[in-house]
Design a protein around this ligand. Structure first.
Ligand SMILES: [Zn+2]
Length: 197
């Protein structure tokens, strides 16, 4: 028993993180047998999101506009930029701190061995922001992993030469941890206690 279309569907589900063959199979059969409406709306939502969501031209966060809602919001403090690794980190900080500045999303971290250098994480665009906007503080909120720390160090050197204040989230975030998995209270504390680097 083998159907080319079912096999294709199972194979397609395997692009999801953490989904192996068994889980992919379960998902495919579940949708085909029990939830065809759900399957159709999933496929439409996927296609629409993939076609229309792209990177904000100012902060690289995901958005369907040219400029994302945070960058477009005049009430936010344009003199502060918080640098994070991923769009999820923006969500986490928005939800658990009272930070009202703007962001820059690296969409990764420096990892020379994997060929990820300053250009791949958008640092040329970040330097443009530094040159054009009146920035008075850059907050480094990369993850406290080895690569996240190396990335923070690299950026702090970049910023320091321009005489802009650079801060790093305070302790309380476990080494090797990721912002995404830290509870809101700890993150709020780390944020308000950020230190000069
Ligand atoms: Zn933006």
């Amino acid at each position: 028993m083998s159907s080319r279309l079912i096999d294709n569907l199972i194979e397609a589900f395997r692009c999801l993180p953490g989904v192996g063959n068994k889980t992919a199979q379960r998902m495919a059969y579940h949708l085909l047998e029990r939830n065809r409406d759900g399957a159709l709306s999933l496929s439409r939502a996927l296609a629409e999101a993939v076609e229309q969501v792209h990177h904000c031209s100012r902060c690289r966060n995901l958005t369907e506009q040219e400029v994302c809602a945070i960058c477009a919001d005049d009430r936010r403090d344009a003199a502060k930029i918080c640098i994070v690794e991923s769009p999820i980190d923006v969500e986490v900080i928005e939800n658990s701190t009272d930070y009202r500045g703007r962001y820059f999303v690296l969409m990764g971290r420096l990892s020379p061995l994997d060929g990820i250098g300053p250009e791949e994480i958008g640092l040329d665009l970040f330097v443009e922001r530094l040159n054009e906007d009146a920035i008075d503080e850059v907050i480094l909120a990369t993850n406290p992993t080895v690569e996240g720390e190396a990335t923070a160090h690299y950026i702090s050197e970049l910023v320091r030469t321009r005489h802009v204040r650079v801060t790093r989230l305070a302790h309380g975030i476990p080494l090797g941890g990721e912002l995404e998995y830290i509870d809101g209270g700890t993150l709020m504390h780390a944020f308000s206690g950020r230190q000069e680097c």
